[in-house]
Design a protein. Sequence first.
Length: 418
Amino acid sequence: MSEVEHRHLRSALEFAVLIATEGQKRRPPLNFPKELKPFLSKQRISTGALGRVRRIIESDGVFRSAISAGALPELVDDVGRLWLAGESGWEQRAGSLLDAEAADNESRDLQRDLKRSEKRRVAAEQAAARIQAEVLVRDQSIATHLTELDELRADVMKATEALSEVRTELIDTRNELRHARDREAAAVRRADAAPSDAGIAEARPEAATPNATHDALVAAEASRAAAAAQTRLEEALDASRLFTGELERLLTGADDDLPGRSTAPSSTSRRSERTPIPLPGGVISTSAQAAEHLVRSDAAILVDGYNVAKLGWPGRSLEEQRDALLNRTENLARRHGADVTIVFDGDSVVGAHANRHRTVRVVFSPAGVTADDVIRDEVERLPFDRSIVVVTNDRAIVDDVRRAGANVVPSNAFIATL
């Protein structure tokens, strides 16, 4: 059985002092122990003075009985009313009430701890399910890339064989052209020798005429063959150039899809191609107006979680700061349809807010990785044609993300929009 301590009688003791305070204002005044006068002007009896007030009231049985009649349950708890009544065995009954109250409190504490444990278990299971889903998606993506890689390799083999055939045809065409040119040169030489044989042709016209005609026909044929060969050679060269360009494109595409090789543009290209969102005229980039304008845009918003939370709610615990930021950012995202990702340091609480925040994406950095590094990776990962807004006061990442073409909003300006 619990012992009835002074603190258990606080409601009855303060009630007695209140009655004495009001009673002295009556005419005639209520009789009360004079030793209570130092306590009449106090709003609340200090813990150290409870024992003294108790002894004063217990020493005056008449006053104690008088106030016992007016001790309503709304003003005095059960233990206090038992003490004021002072009936025989009141301490045992009061001790039983205190034991029952302690048991109820312990039961409520156990139930609260059980609910917290259950929430943590559900969060852990959800986090595990998300990770498993991501693994399956990654495996499917790898399988798809491997299939595409096999198809590209087959295309490269076919292209290589086609290129070999083109080279062979090109060699044959060049040989044919060379032979045609040799025949043309021989025909020209015979044509040059024809005037020296003119006298002989006049003496023997019947013999000269057929030879001259034959030479002219040979020369014309050689010229046509040379022209045709030249045309085929030019066509073959054009086809070879086109095929070589297509082959280089296929080979480049195959290299880009190799596992482990990123298909995203290089960081230099991304930084040069992404353009920050322009602000309206007269709006300062570090102001709340600029933050409001950028939040309303269709940009991906990356928030340095603890950098903002600690600035916005410095007097709260770390968990309360995190909850405050998530609740307000959730409302902001719903109002404007914003795409917001909040990045926190630490991996020990992954998934802790998955049930309560469905619009805002929450990311916790893995062990050994800072939130700054996660934000840098997010900026590099997103396509260069997607506008990005980074919310932070951390100079360690401000310069990096600005070079990558992102807008930067100070934490205090972002808090003003929440």
